[in-house]
Design a protein around this ligand. Structure first.
Ligand code: 5GP
Ligand code: ZN
Length: 117
């Protein structure tokens, strides 16, 4: 499994940095965002280090799809599906990506504007 010892989210996957864990399985973990932008702000992160969407390989299709399935299950378990939620991947500098280990933001608990800022 690809791993970057200097990567913040690899350190959270390895439990070297603490996080409020919500879910973990053989492919991904989910935890509370440290700086929430909504009443519920959860990050879903592959255990494997993949820096961004452009770095995805053919064999990682299922892994990326799994992130969405984890989001779906968390939304259902927490009732976030009732009012709705927003799933976001910030990819690259101009999109505001700060941590270069792919992650899916699951935001819920308030209404979101469109178009995004
Ligand atoms: P990005 O801007 O890369 O799409 O999102 C990175 C996210 O990671 C931000 O929402 C930020 O608040 C969150 N984050 C940064 N450092 C930490 C941390 O140490 N712990 C947790 N739980 N979240 C973090
Ligand atoms: Zn990483």
């Amino acid at each position: 499994m690809k791993h970057d010892p200097n990567c913040l989210f690899c350190k959270i996957v390895d439990r070297k940095i603490p996080a409020k864990l919500i879910h973990n399985d053989e492919m991904a973990i989910a935890f509370e965002d440290i700086n929430p932008q909504a009443p519920s702000h959860i990050l879903i992160v592959p255990n494997e280090h993949i820096s961004d969407i452009q770095s995805m390989k053919e064999g990682e299709r299922e892994l990326i799809g799994h992130l969405f399935f984890v989001a779906r299950n968390i939304a259902a378990a927490r009732g976030l599906d009732k009012g709705g939620y927003r799933l976001v991947i910030n990819n690259g500098r101009d999109a505001g990506q700060a941590v270069f280990h792919i992650h899916l933001h699951l935001l819920s608990g308030r209404a979101f504007a469109w178009p995004p800022g």
